[in-house]
Design a protein around this ligand. Sequence first.
Ligand SMILES: Nc1nc2c(ncn2[C@@H]2O[C@H](COP(=O)(O)OP(=O)(O)OP(=O)(O)O)[C@@H](O)[C@H]2O)c(=O)[nH]1
Ligand SMILES: [Mg+2]
Length: 628
Amino acid sequence: MQQHSATIHVHPAGLLLALVGNPNCGKTALFNRLTGSRQKVANYAGVTVERKEGRIKTASGKTLRLLDLPGTYSLYPRSPDERVTCDVLAGRAKGERKPDLVVCVLDATNLRRNLRLLMGIQRLGLPCVVALNMADLAARRGIHIDAEALSRSLGVPVIKTVATHGDGIAELTGVLEQRDHWRPLQISGLSAQGHADQSDQARVNSILGELGLAAQSSELPSDRVDRWVLHPVFGPALLAVLLFLLFQAVFSWAEPPKDLIEAGVSWLGQQAITLMPDNWLRSLLVDGVIAGAGGVLAFLPQILILFFFILVLEESGYLPRAAYLLDRMMGSVGLSGRSFIPLLSSFACAIPGVMATRSIANPRDRLVTIMIAPMMTCSARLPVYALLIGAFVPQRELRGGIELQGLVLFALYFAGIVGAMAVAWILKRFTNGSQTRPLMMELPAYHWPQPRNIAIGLWQRAEIFLRRVGGIILVLTVALWALSSFPGAPEGATGAPIQYSIAGWLGRGLAVIFEPIGFNWQISLALVPGLAAREVAISALGTVYALSAASGDAAQALGPLIAQSWSLPTAFSLLAWYVFAPQCLATLAAVKRETGGYRMPLIMAAYLFGLAYLASFITYRVSTWLLG
Ligand SMILES: Nc1nc2c(ncn2[C@@H]2O[C@H](COP(=O)(O)OP(=O)(O)OP(=O)(O)O)[C@@H](O)[C@H]2O)c(=O)[nH]1
Ligand SMILES: [Mg+2]
């Protein structure tokens, strides 16, 4: 074995380009255009939090490597995501060399601030090409920038682009492949660091003056909208209405497609039963694959509706406004509005939510946000909630056209939020360093969401969901089917064979722990594979119940089945469990990655399981007492 080994970084060949710019200036939109990737683009600062790589194929057949980086305001990083960018520029990033060329993306509607970063990059001595993005928005606002004059003042090529429509992309690629455009800039009279900021400021002023852009801009259309959206009374009211609509829509719009998928899945099951001989293979297909994994498919429409709302909110530029509105409220539990976007992202999935905390500068705030993110109702919980609500809550319209089922769903989301805020408040009392900090957050211009982007976003979501159903959900359900089918029932046994199987024994053993909170052995058993991913609990229940049915019975939909066999308190208790329980290994792994050790994920799992058990216990006892 070699004793003195040194790490050798093998850098892929080819020139390395890096996209750098202020947050939300359109770097990722440009990256997607240049490389054909589909990285996440959204209208708020801090969307990209890690380095992503892609390849540009130029017209002459060359390949260039391109990095998309988190946005930064300066080269003095204040948060973990900004540090990623600064490290790459300084050549300090692990496993990556210093870029050969920086593609500096400037937001044409805010040149003053954007140019200041460019000055810093030039001072690092890196060759630079400027993409003057958002040229469409600038033109609409009457800001006319002479790209050639700007190029002359800066000494580097300047290309106007509209990343969302692809304008200027071909021209930009053309410039990128010509090395002679890549001159590191010599700025005369460079002074020491301390004076650098001042001289940058002076240079920016003189450039803006030359371009005739020195005057401050007048009121923007977004400002007029914001007078209402950020209004102290109308603002919060609008936010409440938006969220409420979302939950109503999740149930009422999803109904027809959901019924259709359910009918399709049950038809498949029927076909298999009539066409195949009664053997283990048929059981695997009908009870494992179709009743299990197939049963989860029906929740696709609800997930897509949820994401439709999330995507529209992200693209429109509303999210930072909501963060602003909630800043005061978040302050009362020791968090700032900064935590809002990571927490909201967790409604999709806690993993990107945990990653998004990289844009929070304060380490304590960041940790608290990570610790409470899993309590935000992620989309994997939606199938569980929808199943139980569909089975136990009557479909009834209350006064004012409010759907009862949507209302219960809203309450469950709310319970998660309240739980999270309570934990944040407790953490505030036991940790120090939580003085209220003013919220510094950019409010981007409103954009109309583009149907194409929304469609791509929904398609990606559908793909992720279907991959989960065909992957982890299917695999675990088949494993559970195997454990539930072997060993078979002994001679002369009276009950369903599953009772004599390994899973039957396991379920009954676990039921001892879960009996006080009202779970039967089938639920206890389903929670075990459900630890890997939440929806697996549904497919697991589908399989366990299909196998518990007297043989020869047609597979029945899971909803009506549990409606017959569970008591109402049991259903409520399971819902309460799902509000808190950390039934997701991938999230715990992400927390380990982001906090750099096992300590935080272990603490998180322990406290969330504790909370879940407590909440279920109280729910079960109180509802038994009320109903009994
Ligand atoms: N009108 C217009 N909108 C654009 C243009 N380029 C990007 N956008 C929009 O601007 C918003 C921000 O784009 P992103 O690509 O996510 O910005 P980013 O610079 O990667 O942002 P961070 O990753 O947060 O630093 C999105 O809503 C885009 O659709 C453009 O040229 N014109
Ligand atoms: Mg980005």
